[in-house]
Design a protein around this ligand. Structure first.
Ligand SMILES: [Zn+2]
Length: 236
């Protein structure tokens, strides 16, 4: 059985596939533990253990927030307890199989480019994912652009275009250290914080309709910068 893990700021999902025909054998999901790295790692191993009940694991592929830097340690994850840790090394101390990891938005971009929403694109595409954070993956000339420091395509940490406190709410320092990153506004957590600042503490049934209207402009202007700089074909 080959195993895929999708690790984000809200949940960890593990999928076990038959190694021969890629049939889905098991799907298991647990909340992401974010208070400490040891709790986070325990949650990941708990998902792997649950999946392993359905077959012998041959290899594990992980799509994760953040990336592995040139020093082999995690960086740029919105699950901040993960940053600076030897995540792959710590998994392999507990299970002796090949483990590969890539940024989740990079995984999305490659997947959509090969046989998904961007399969009509001739040689390049950008994929944007909005969840707990805001990530992006860039494919140029049939290859993923990971950058010198493995932080390529991190659209969410560009400054929010045309930031205006009257429209966008209070200035906000991102966990990356920069002020007014797009992700601080264009993400699930950003939508909720901005809504609470503008109106009242979160009332979920009112949050989404307001978000759809209020967030169109920051989202579209953030994406337009990438589209125009790379001169991309657009498919929504
Ligand atoms: Zn940032």
């Amino acid at each position: 059985m080959i195993v895929g893990l999708d690790i984000g700021g809200t949940k960890i999902e593990g999928v076990g596939l038959d190694a021969n025909n890629y049939e889905t054998l098991v799907v298991h999901r647990e909340p992401t533990a974010k208070n400490s790295y040891s709790e986070f790692l325990a949650a990941v191993m708990s998902v792997i253990d649950a999946v392993s009940q359905h077959g012998e694991i041959e290899s594990i592929g992980i799509g994760c927030c953040g990336s592995v830097g040139n020093d082999g340690l995690m960086q740029g994850a919105n699950v901040s307890v993960l940053n600076g840790e030897d995540f792959i090394g710590d998994i392999q101390k507990q299970i002796d199989v090949p483990v590969a990891i890539a940024n989740d938005a990079d995984c999305l971009a490659l997947s959509e480019y090969k046989d998904g929403a961007a399969k009509q694109a001739t040689n390049s595409c950008v994929a944007v994912i909005i969840g707990t954070g805001c990530g992006a993956g860039v494919v140029i000339n049939n290859g993923l652009v990971t950058g010198l420091n493995k932080l390529g395509g991190e659209l969410g940490h560009n400054p929010l275009p045309n930031f205006n406190p009257e429209v966008d709410g209070h200035p906000h320092q991102c966990y990356c250290g920069s002020m007014n990153c797009a992700e601080s506004f264009v993400s699930g957590t950003g939508f909720a914080r901005t809504f609470a600042e503008k109106y009242e503490p979160q009332i979920l049934e009112r949050l989404w309709p307001s978000t759809k209207e209020g967030m169109k402009e920051p989202l579209s202007t953030s994406i337009c910068i990438v589209i125009s700089s790379l001169e991309l074909w657009v498919q929504l």
